[in-house]
Design a protein around this ligand. Structure first.
Ligand SMILES: C=C(O[C@@H]1C=C(C(=O)O)C=C[C@H]1O)C(=O)O
Length: 110
């Protein structure tokens, strides 16, 4: 089913910057909670992957970037903004996954 058919909330009309920022702050609380949840999966990926060369997976990155662009377009959003945000998020996530990969294997000899 297309994303447009889901009952998704729309941005509200605002007359002041205070209103705009209050909506953004409320959304950021929800987005942050979701990103914290997403980041927990990076720790699990670091535990599950057996080879450090698998931490950065360009094919998966391109799949996610294209999928997010498609979803943003279907929702009437800005694919360029979403792709840029996701690429920055994935860069930071991969850096974290590298740190986790090393942390989880500290003290291993092989
Ligand atoms: C979580 C993974 O590890 C990395 C992190 C990704 C992400 O932030 O979504 C995507 C690809 C990987 O380079 C994965 O391989 O799926």
């Amino acid at each position: 089913m297309s994303l447009l058919h889901k009952d998704l909330p729309q941005a509200r009309h605002c007359d002041t910057m205070a209103e705009v920022r209050s909506h953004i702050d409320a959304l950021d609380e929800r987005i942050t909670a979701l990103l914290v949840e997403r980041t927990h999966y990076m720790s699990q990926a670091a535990r599950i992957k057996q080879d450090v060369t698998k931490v950065h997976d360009q094919e998966r990155i391109e799949f996610i970037a294209a999928r997010v662009r498609r979803m943003a377009t279907e929702l009437g959003g800005q694919p360029d903004v979403l792709e840029a945000a996701y690429r920055a998020l994935m860069d930071a996530s991969i850096a974290f996954e590298h740190r986790e990969f090393a942390r989880l294997r500290q003290g291993e000899t092989v």
